[in-house]
Structure formats: structure tokens, C-alpha cells
Design a protein around this ligand. Structure first.
Ligand SMILES: [Zn+2]
Length: 410
């Protein structure tokens, strides 16, 4: 913006006619010695320096060079005269004018000095070698090769631009990858798709009816408490599980029905190594005539071995959920100790991985399905928990911290 500000403010001609003392001599004196006391005088002085710089550069270009080595030598001379760290004119101006300037003049000198330094960069070797005409034919080609082959002079100012080195490696944009939670979710989906289940999804902002009432979760149930649920208003909430999708799917498709519902769920939990306010679930629902608990056991046993490996053993134990009757917990033999007992499985050899059960007749009725004719089973699992077990991750928070060092391991 301000690169040529000083030059524009004070016409070059005027500055030049005023100067008697050569620029080299002036740069060896302080501003006080030169009798410069006002910002205007500083502007004039720097305009004079810029004019001298431009003149010298123009003179060099006008002169032409006999051959490449001569050209290189002249360019280097001009460059060193202005930009050498020791004894270069810019360095001298820094030392004698800027550093020794009176306090009240320092801002003006600093500004003018920065403009000059920017300007002095046009003395860069590369630019001059490009513009500096060689005498004789065939110069163009040699020109380029010479410029590319010329290394920066030792001790060269780092700010002096050089021609880009095309042999250097480029900037590599790292490719993203699929998030571990998504990977695990897809893996679970694949297993059930292979069994003939369909994928259903539903809204994350859900009504109290679909989230609780239709699932036979009574008013008095602790899950409905403000402390466990993120309410938008008394009738609407962020779904606490993906189970509402089961009701919606029953209403939409009727029976028979074989679906899984992967998606996000929300709880009013304090974040710690096993709790997060947002997490992922996959729920499954099978509704048909003559569905029994044996179907549930067989399917989940197959799923667990497919996901965790053939060596896994499964164990069903009774539990309670309002939306299933009977209800159970599926435990698998500990993947870390193989069932011998360790810290993860609390020495029991078993790890509970999901809740399941036969769909409560009341829930079927809410979905518009006749419980006298149809029966069903359902399960629900936490995807983060599965991912943590699969990859031996000990903190659920890691999934949401977007730390590349963590994510690139998957
Ligand atoms: Zn264990």
C-alpha cells in the first residue's frame, strides 16, 4: 500500500535538485548531523534515497552486459551496495538514521525506512537477471538457466526473493479419512445389511411422545428427568436414544419389519471418559410372526462374532427395560484378556455390550402392529463403546476432540 508513498509525496525531481551531498556520504551521518528535524524533511531525504536507488537500477539495465558472468557480477555489485548486511546502504540507513533518530522523529523515520526497504527488494538478483539484457542472440534461454543455477549469495538477506526451486517437493494436502465412529457404524450396518435388515433414520429433535410415551417409558421413569434429558421445550427434546425411529418405522411400514436405526443420541451427562452429551447408537428391530427369543439370541451371537471375531463367546443375562419384555443384556467374553479377567472386564471375563429383549406388546401397539399376531425383538448398542473396545481406546472424549494425531491412527 505505502510502498511508493514517500516518492509520491515529494516529487523525485525536487528531491534531487535539493541534494548536494552524495547519498553515500549522507548515509554515514546521523539525521542530526544532516540538520533534519521535521517529518517533512525526512520524507524529502528518503525520497532522495529511493530516487538514487531507482537511478542506479535503471542505469545498470540500460548498460547491458557482455556475457553472463559479467552480468552476474554487476547485479551482485548493485545488490551488495544496497542490501549487504554489513555496509550496505540500507543497513547504514538503519544504523545511522533510524537507530539514532530523535524520539519524536522515530515513527516517521521507521515508516519511511520500511518503505525504502520494500523498494530495495527490487534490487533482488533474480529480478535483475531476468530484466538485464544480454548482448547477442540466444540470450533468452541461457538467461533462464543461469538464473535458476545461481544460488543466493552467501549472507544474502533472507527477504530477497529468489526464483522458486521447481525441484523442491510441493505442499502436500493431507487427505482426510473416515472417522473411527463412522467406520465402526458402517461395519455394524454392513453386518445387518448382510442379514437382510434395512436402514431407517429419524429426527434428532424428537417429541416426548415418540421418545418416551410410545416406548412405554412412564412419566415416573428417571430417564425422563431434566437431569438426564436435553429438553428443547416441555414437549420436544433431543432424542435420548434412537428408539423413536422404531415406532416411526412401524407406523410407516407395518409388519413384517427388519430394520436397524443408526444415529446420534443426546443425554444431559457430564463429560468424562465414558460419557458424552452426544453419542451414536445403532438399534435393531425385527417384527414378524413367530419371532422368539431364540431368534434374538442367534442373531446377536452371529453379530458379535462377526464384529469382534470368531473366538468371542456371548452370554445373555436378564435385565429390565420398559420397552422390552423380557429384557436382557448381552455380554461378550472380554476381548482384552480372552475371558481370563483383567482391568477392563473388572476381573469377570465378561463385558456387557448391549441391551436387548422381546418388544413389549404395548410398544407394538403404539407402532400400529397387532401384538396378538406379531412379535418382535430389539436391541440397542453404543457405537463409541464398540469403537473403544475394538481399538482399545480408553476415553470417549477423544472421538470429539478432532485431534489429528488421534484420528490419523484409523
Ligand atoms: Zn478382561
Amino acid at each position: 500500500m505505502s510502498g511508493s508513498g514517500a516518492g509520491r509525496r515529494v516529487p523525485l525531481k525536487c528531491a534531487r535538485t535539493r541534494s548536494r551531498m552524495p547519498i553515500d556520504e549522507k548515509t554515514s551521518k546521523t539525521l542530526k548531523d544532516l540538520g533534519i528535524k521535521t517529518p517533512e524533511a525526512i520524507g524529502d531525504l528518503f525520497a532522495e534515497v529511493v530516487a538514487a536507488l531507482d537511478d542506479e537500477r535503471r542505469a545498470l539495465l540500460a548498460r547491458g552486459a557482455g556475457n553472463e558472468s559479467e552480468r552476474g557480477r554487476r547485479v551482485k555489485e548493485l545488490r551488495d551496495r544496497w542490501l549487504a548486511r554489513k555496509g550496505g546502504l540500507v543497513a547504514l540507513i538503519d544504523e545511522h538514521w533510524l537507530k539514532k533518530a530523535a524520539k519524536d522523529l522515530k515513527p516517521a523515520v521507521g515508516r519511511a525506512f520500511n518503505e525504502l526497504r520494500q523498494r530495495a527488494k527490487c534490487v533482488d538478483t533474480e529480478g535483475l537477471l531476468r530484466d538485464f539484457p544480454l548482448q547477442g542472440a540466444g540470450a533468452k534461454q541461457g538467461d533462464l538457466a543461469f538464473a535458476a543455477a545461481t544460488p543466493a549469495a552467501p549472507g544474502a538477506d533472507a527477504s530477497v526473493k529468489t526464483r522458486p526451486d521447481l525441484t523442491l517437493p510441493g505442499f502436500r494436502r493431507t487427505l482426510g479419512s473416515v472417522h473411527p465412529v463412522t467406520q465402526v457404524m458402517r461395519e455394524i450396518e454392513d453386518i445387518f445389511l448382510g442379514l437382510g435388515f434395512a436402514i431407517e433414520s429419524g429426527p434428532e429433535i424428537e417429541s416426548v411422545y415418540y421418545n418416551f410415551d410410545a416406548l412405554n417409558i412412564p412419566e415416573s421413569h428417571p430417564a425422563r428427568d431434566d437431569w438426564d434429558t436435553i429438553y428443547v421445550n416441555p414437549e420436544t427434546l433431543l432424542r435420548t436414544h434412537t428408539s423413536p425411529v422404531q415406532i416411526r418405522a412401524m407406523e410407516k411400514h407395518g409388519a413384517p419389519l427388519y430394520i436397524i436405526c443408526p444415529g446420534k443420541a443426546y443425554r444431559h451427562d457430564n463429560p468424562d471418559s465414558t460419557h458424552a452429551t452426544m453419542f451414536h447408537q445403532v438399534e435393531g428391530l425385527a417384527v414378524d410372526t413367530d419371532i422368539t427369543f431364540a431368534d434374538l439370541k442367534g442373531t446377536l451371537d452371529y453379530f458379535a462374532r462377526k464384529f469382534f471375531g470368531d473366538k468371542i463367546k456371548t452370554n445373555f443375562s436378564p435385565s429390565f427395560f420398559p420397552f422390552t419384555e423380557p429384557s436382557g443384556e448381552l455380554a461378550i467374553s472380554c476381548v482384552f484378556c480372552g475371558g481370563k479377567g483383567c482391568r477392563v472386564c473388572k476381573e469377570s471375563g465378561w463385558v456387557e455390550v448391549m441391551g436387548c429383549g422381546m418388544v413389549h406388546p404395548e410398544v407394538l401397539r403404539h407402532g400400529g402392529i397387532d401384538p396378538e399376531r406379531y412379535s418382535g425383538w430389539a436391541f440397542g448398542l453404543g457405537v463409541e463403546r464398540f469403537a473403544m473396545m475394538k481399538y482399545d481406546i480408553n476415553d470417549i472424549q477423544l472421538f470429539q476432540q478432532s485431534d489429528i494425531r488421534f484420528l490419523e491412527q484409523f
